[in-house]
Write a protein that binds this ligand. Structure first.
Ligand SMILES: NC(=O)c1ccc[n+]([C@@H]2O[C@H](COP(=O)([O-])OP(=O)(O)OC[C@H]3O[C@@H](n4cnc5c(N)ncnc54)[C@H](OP(=O)(O)O)[C@@H]3O)[C@@H](O)[C@H]2O)c1
Length: 306
């Protein structure tokens, strides 16, 4: 029996998750990336006809969309652009995926929930009530994909960090070396999630779906899945765990959200239950503190500091 390699379109490999997907998806098939600066396929998600043309040209079996307008605070003043990228573009990808009978993999956020749950992790069927413009635009993207009804997997993740891009881990490592004291918000609770684990879990799920042994069709398994590290913490305790890896860690003091005003409101509690992913695909990420330790293990930390 010949096994045909899949043709995978990765929409942007320049972000935290996209850079990791570029590596992990290689095991699954031929990965073709498009991004804003790509010499052959320059794609700006706000330019929907450019996006359609790129998908039609590549004609993939799988589309993985790792691009999004992720500047949560800026989105409050930039709703039209954030909606074009986060709300409308995923719908365009879904339409093109449906026409090609391709699978669309997309990422969403814990910020689609309002954060009013207390110590009760959100499940995929919980009511969405985003507090920020970013959350509203991401929810619009999820709904567009579901409404169009292509084969799809929407992975809702949270508090993403990693070795690339702008993220809390790299900011804390930098500030932790510049300052002797840090004041960090302690009344927002969530689950920090390493971008590498998101990409590896995505690939594991895709490998299962391609397997002849998978008893279900992709249509049956289409839907929203939470994909975060386990456990929960506050930004303050996350910061403490990060800087504890520094040779001379600063003191970290807890503050309330009101003491660090930001344009976009954040949910106070956005822990997601990962049971659906575990029950469907047998995939469960480690707890956030274990993942952080692995991410900051000696060899990797060296390259972070380089
Ligand atoms: N970061 C988090 O804490 C977090 C939490 C929950 C969910 N998520 C979701 O996880 C996914 C991946 O996020 P991430 O943290 O990897 O994002 P990221 O590091 O901020 O990267 C964003 C990516 O989107 C691309 N992009 C932005 N605007 C674009 C446009 N107009 N046209 C084409 N590409 C564009 C960027 O390309 P350039 O390099 O050209 O800017 C970059 O590749 C997103 O769907 C995000 O909503 C993230």
């Amino acid at each position: 029996m010949t096994h045909q390699r899949k043709r995978i379109l990765l929409v942007s490999n320049t972000g935290q998750v996209g850079a990791e997907l570029w590596r992990s998806l290689q095991s699954l098939g031929d990965v073709i990336t498009v991004d804003r600066d790509h010499p052959t396929y320059p794609v700006d998600l706000a330019d929907h006809s450019q996006l359609r043309h790129a998908v039609r040209d590549v004609a993939p079996d799988i589309i993985v969309n790792a691009a999004a307008y992720t500047a949560v605070d800026n989105a409050e003043q930039d709703e039209a652009l954030a909606m074009a990228i986060n709300g409308t573009a995923p719908g365009i990808l879904a339409e093109e995926a449906k026409a090609l009978d391709a699978l669309l993999v997309h990422y969403s956020t814990d910020y689609v929930y309002n954060g009013k749950h207390v110590d009760k992790p959100y499940v995929e069927t919980d009511f969405c009530d985003p507090r920020s413009v970013y959350g509203k635009t991401k929810l619009a993207g999820d709904e567009a994909i579901q409404g169009i009804g292509c084969k799809h997997l929407i992975f809702r993740t949270s508090w993403v960090y990693g070795r690339y891009g702008n993220n809390f881990l790299l900011t804390m490592l930098r500030l932790g070396q510049e300052r002797s004291e840090l004041s960090i918000v302690a009344d927002q609770i969530g689950a920090p999630t390493w971008s590498r684990l998101i990409s590896d879990a995505t690939t594991q799920v895709l490998v299962q779906l391609q397997s002849a042994l998978c008893p279900h069709s992709i249509e049956d398994l289409s839907g929203i899945y939470h994909l975060t590290c386990g456990g929960q913490t506050s930004w303050c305790d996350f910061a403490k765990a990060i800087v504890s890896h520094l040779p001379n860690p600063p003191s970290v003091f807890p503050i309330r959200t009101e003491e660090y005003p930001a344009p976009a409101p954040r949910p106070a509690y956005s822990v997601l239950s990962n049971d659906k992913l575990a029950e469907t695909f047998g995939v469960r990420l480690p707890d956030w503190d274990v993942a952080l330790d692995v991410c900051l293990s000696r060899e990797q930390a060296k390259s972070i500091f380089r």
